[in-house]
Design a protein around this ligand. Sequence first.
Ligand code: 4AD
Ligand code: MG
Length: 432
Amino acid sequence: MTGYTSVIDVLGKLDEGEKARIRGWVYRLRRLGGKVFIVLRDYSGIIQCVLDGETASRLEEEVSRVDIEASVIVEGVVRRDKRAPGGKELKVMDLKVVGESHNFPIKGGEGIDYLLDNRHLWIRSRRLTSVFKVKHYLLEGLRDYFNSNGWWEVTPPILTMSAVEGGATLFPVDFFGKKAFLSQSAQFYLETLIFSLEKVWSITTSFRAERSRTRRHLYEYTHLEAEAAWYGMEDMMRVVEEMVKAGIRRVLEKSSGDLEFIGRDVSILENVVSTRFPVITYDEAVQILQSKGVSIKWGEDFGADEERVLTKEFEVPVFVTMFPKKIKSFYMKISEENPELVYGFDLLAPEGYGEIVGGSVREDSYDKLLSRIVEEGLNPEDYNWYLDLRRYGSVPHSGFGLGVERMVMWVAGLDHIRDATPYPRFRDRLYP
Ligand code: 4AD
Ligand code: MG
């Protein structure tokens, strides 16, 4: 027999009596009256492999080397068995240990700090494996959306010289004696690229030195951003809605088994892809919050608590638009009707999850942008190149940023963002 069969193919394609060779890791191990039961795990699932008494004693030496998380190759014959997970098991004829594993540090029931210290091993868990598959298909659906709609993928830098989202959350870097920063957003670089490519997007890592530790903030996250020349706010909101739905549709097509394994109610997502996202203004959002007894005044920003109360009212994502300028970034275009408001929009995920996308129309007038920079107490010198974009052939344009882990957190129904990324960074714990 040549080649290997994955667990999913053994369960799905092979019949009673067919031979299979599988490689994977020992997920569970039980010895019972001379028999050995190995539940084997590979990327695709788990399968029970049984050594009867005779086989177990014939392979005694290899069997003695088997332990939890050892890597093994098993060869055997497929048998139907209602009690086995997946309805089939493998009657083992041969077994080889590839890499031994003694006293695997994670046995179940450990606390979160211990698990985070052992993230490099914890990462093998079936739950995290399922989350990362959901993330894979989500990214695939998002990418496909841009690739099928005339957008150019570009690769902006991570080492930057200026703040996009305010100085408070910048991570400084020593760049050969000069002070540089880790990027908070690729937005300004994307803006430079629309003057040639017109519709651009990127996935980069963004960094935020967040002050507070919350369930939805990472210090390092995956940022999907898009920027388009000639696009107004409605155009961009339509892109966001279609893109979000395309991502979820792909997850539902390819990864609903993973969602179910994680315990996510798939019908909520099915409803999302077939429903128009409601749009409310910041003013209306404040009124809803006040009617729910939240003590928020007009002009204040929404935190996680406000967004939780607000989005519990919705079953699908909701756009909030037209924010007060003083709670948003200097680059957002001022409303023509009310100079206190900007053409900004956030997309808030329902069920209490809150902001997953932040976007806006950009200020395209040189004079207005310069006065916003001065008004915010920023140094125009630092933004000279950004102002150049308004000096030479300025165009109306808009863009947005999606926090990929925020979206994974909602789509998979996680209660903490840390499990939406393989290696979340914490202030007191950078490794592994
Ligand atoms: O709302 P933000 O700060 O907007 C920007 O950075 C814009 N410059 C993007 C653009 O228009 N090109 O961030 C965008 C999104 C948020 O909606 C949120 O989903 C996510 O990035 N995000 C975070 N995700 C995880 N951890 C954090 N600390 C995050 N900060 C923002
Ligand atoms: Mg935001």
